[in-house]
Design a binder for this molecule. Structure first.
Ligand SMILES: [Zn+2]
Length: 501
């Protein structure tokens, strides 16, 4: 019952065609890796409009849209977005993302009077459902003038971009691409970072703690964390770095028994902890230096909630690394780079290269003879050469420190091309329609354009834009109604302009 009234509410919004398509998409379950239902829905929708649909083994789809009469000679333009959405819900909301339709609600912001659409207790999936709806509306509205179009929809963008990675180079023909997966309606995105994982692994010998050893747990927490791409320029504290820095202030007879920190490769670590053993005097020294390290970090960053706690462990520890191995590991954590490594020379304010010292974990061997320590990092750069340089720097530090080194999960960046012809068209159209300059930006995180460009042999001319969405990937996700209308006007005008060239 409620979903029907709300669908009606959506369909009352302008532009009608976009919201009608969005209502159908929102009613179709589509969490990442479960795109069967949305694929079937889109296939039926396209075929109902007489359009040809192609799919690949991964589940990616191309919908072929013939040119408007008289525009057949224009080069093919790809309109691109992703099928899947991030399934997040409030604790109090019951929702099965593989079965239940999203329940959209049209709401008004009290402060601004701006109307927006959100969902009842879940992510809305405007990321990227509104992009799919815009593409379908452009393809099926006879008023829209366009050259030949390919609507390229990928699976699994939100959980690893495996759909884009699986694209065959000949699955699409177009070399001009409009990606509809950005979230600020005054910006044109023209670049992103690529990335790769690096991993350092040691198997350290464990030895008994010896006589008169005291033990303690050292915990670092209260940091802001954040996304290792989008937030890396804010110089937020890294719990793994702060832990290593604290422990290295202690006298050299400190011995590590276990260590862990961080949660995911793409998250700046907020918490880390270690269990150490040492003579009582060493732990006392640590108790003095920890507040000093804390004061330094507070002065260096805008972290205000940082805590460094030392809790005595009265039972001690059964075994620990040698002081030399302890030092070797902690020094490595200090030596590997974290944060911004370089800014883009031509895009003011854009981070070009960075690394996140993301995770540290330790596991004792079953027989208690050794401790396996694994350090995980994620490097990013819009330029492949700089990504590889950063990777090799980290692996080099690892080798010098006696670690086994590993790298993988590399995906390509999308190097900004300020001279892109498609960008020039988008800029001109934006200026003509809205009387102001769009922001031209790039992001220091991965987007599908980088991968699709690689699949296209590196000569894709792409621009990304979309209506304003806030709170994406959370139940607070909103898309603004006037912004969807703005984006629709812009898309129509850009397609008409591209149909001339
Ligand atoms: Zn998205």
């Amino acid at each position: 019952m409620p979903s029907q009234t709300q669908d009606t509410a959506l369909e009352a919004l302008e532009p009608t065609s976009v919201w009608r398509f969005f209502a159908g998409i929102a009613a179709t379950p589509r969490p990442s890796k479960h795109e069967e239902q949305i694929r079937a829905h889109m296939r039926r929708t396209a075929e109902a409009h007489g359009l040809t649909v192609r799919e690949d083994a991964a589940g990616n789809m191309v919908i072929e849209v013939p040119a408007s009469p008289g525009c057949e000679q224009a080069p093919t333009t790809i309109l691109q977005g992703h099928f899947d959405m991030v399934p997040e819900k409030d604790a109090q909301t019951a929702h099965d993302f593989e079965r239940d339709p999203i329940r959209p609600v049209v709401d008004t912001e009290p402060q601004t009077g701006r109307r927006f659409v959100r969902a009842q207790g879940t992510t809305l999936g405007a990321d990227n459902g509104i992009g799919l709806a815009l593409a379908l509306a452009a393809a099926t509205d006879p008023e829209v003038r366009h050259g030949p179009l390919e609507l390229l929809f990928t699976v699994d963008e939100e959980a690893g971009m495996t759909g884009a990675k699986a694209l065959a180079p000949d699955f699409f023909r177009g070399r001009r691409l409009l990606n509809l997966d950005s979230e600020e309606d005054d910006a044109l995105y023209i670049g992103c970072a690529g990335g790769c994982d690096t991993t350092l692994t040691w198997n350290f010998r464990l030895r008994p703690p010896g006589q008169r050893r005291a033990a303690a747990r050292v915990t670092v927490n209260g940091l802001r964390g954040g996304h290792s791409g989008g937030d890396i320029h804010e110089n937020r504290g890294n719990a793994n770095k702060i832990l290593a820095r604290t422990l290295l202030r202690a006298p050299r007879n400190l011995r590590l028994a276990e260590i862990s920190g961080g949660s995911k490769r793409n998250v700046i670590p907020r918490e880390a902890s270690a269990v150490v053993c040492a003579p009582q005097a060493t732990l006392a020294a640590l108790g003095t230096s920890a507040p000093q390290v804390r004061a330094e970090v507070l002065a260096e960053s805008d972290e205000t909630q940082l805590q460094i706690k030392i809790d005595t462990l009265p039972d001690g520890v059964p075994a620990a690394l040698s002081p030399a191995d302890t030092r070797r590991l902690l020094t490595t954590l200090l030596a590997v780079p974290h944060g911004v490594l370089g800014m883009h020379p031509k895009m003011p304010g854009l981070v070009q290269t960075s690394n996140n010292l993301a995770t540290v974990s330790s596991q004792r061997a079953e027989d208690g003879s050794s401790l396996k320590v694994v350090v995980g990092m994620l490097a990013r750069s819009s330029l492949r050469s700089l990504l590889h340089l950063t990777r090799d720097q980290i692996l080099g530090i690892g080798r010098l420190a006696g670690a086994q080194t590993d790298t993988g999960n590399e995906y390509p960046g999308w190097e900004p091309n300020p001279d892109s012809p498609t960008l020039a068209v988008c800029r001109r159209v934006y200026r003509d329609l809205f009387g102001s300059e769009p922001r031209v930006a790039a992001i220091h995180a991965g987007v599908e354009c980088g991968i699709i460009n690689e699949r296209a042999g590196g000569n894709l001319d792409a621009v990304s834009f979309g209506p304003t969405i806030t709170g994406a990937h959370s139940p607070d996700e909103r898309v603004y109604v006037d912004s969807v209308a703005k984006c629709w006007r812009f898309l129509k005008a850009v397609l008409a302009e591209l149909a001339k060239t």
